[in-house]
Write a protein that binds this ligand. Structure first.
Ligand code: ZN
Length: 276
């Protein structure tokens, strides 16, 4: 029993960390969008700029206690602040559930996947909210993911295990993934003169290639397009969107990447068996 309550405490702690990360992302995104600062400073009210008291800033509870209205000027706090905090906690919990139930727990892989989830949450939200993929976030994600994968010597694809954990083989597998991810979007970008996809999509494709390597980058692209179609087709039918009008593709790529990080290899193996 003692073991169970210890596990529960670990899950709770990790979920709380996720809630705090969600809360941080909320105010960070707002600052990046509305001011030139990137970090630092206390959180401020989105309406009047008044500093927020620390206990109103506690994830979820601050929002619920204030019933969604700011203390300073009694104007509504954007509802997505609440949902983003909840999503942060939920995603951290999912990563913990996955890793703590593996036969061999490896804290470095766990840290790597938490890092990936953090980067993807920011890309997902920022593109959905502001139709922009931040180059700095993609660059940090690409570099961090490459280093993590190289030094843990075990990227997501089991394909390269054939090469006996050789660093050069891993690096070239990741580079191949990056070239495919980059090339897929770069081709569309140049063919359409930037109408179908933006430069942010091209850079994000390269980053995801560095994370997932070859051939899992293909799984990620596949799921992103399925998700994109599932969202775009009803919007087209309901005439909420014109054909060819931009959907935030970074948002779909982020979801495709989460699926691929945890289930990419089993899905790819299933596909190979399906082909015979
Ligand atoms: Zn205010």
């Amino acid at each position: 029993m003692a073991f169970d309550s210890l596990q529960l405490a670990v899950y709770l702690l990790i979920s709380l960390l996720g809630l705090c990360f969600g809360s941080f992302v909320n105010s960070w995104m707002w600052r990046v969008k509305n001011t030139r600062e990137k970090i630092g400073r206390r959180s401020v009210c989105v309406h009047c700029g008044e500093k927020i008291i620390w206990y109103d800033n506690i994830p979820l509870f601050g929002f619920l206690r204030l019933r969604g209205l700011s203390r300073c000027c009694r104007r509504p706090i954007p509802q997505d602040y609440f949902w983003v905090e909840l999503a942060g906690g939920f995603l951290f919990l999912l990563v913990a559930l996955y890793h703590l139930n593996l036969v061999i727990f490896n804290p470095v892989f766990f840290a790597r996947d938490l890092f990936f989830i953090c980067i993807l949450l920011v890309i997902f939200l920022y593109d959905a909210k502001y139709q922009l993929i931040l180059t700095g976030v993609v660059a940090a994600g690409g570099l961090g993911g490459f280093i993590f994968n190289l030094f843990t010597a075990r990227p997501f694809t089991t394909y390269i295990l054939l090469f006996n954990h050789n660093a050069a083989a891993i690096a070239s597998n990741l580079a191949l993934g990056a070239i495919v991810g980059w090339g897929w979007f770069a081709f569309q970008y140049y063919a359409s003169r930037g109408k179908w996809v933006g430069g942010g999509d091209v850079r994000l494709g390269a980053m995801l290639g560095l994370w997932l390597g070859w051939p899992l980058i293909l799984v990620c692209l596949f799921f992103s397009y399925i998700l994109g179609a599932l969202v775009a087709v009803p919007l087209l039918i309901l005439k909420k969107k014109q054909f060819g009008s931009a959907l935030p593709f970074g948002t779909f790529l982020a979801v495709g990447a989460v699926i691929t990080i945890f289930y990419g290899q089993p899905i790819f193996n299933w596909y190979l068996r399906f082909l015979g």
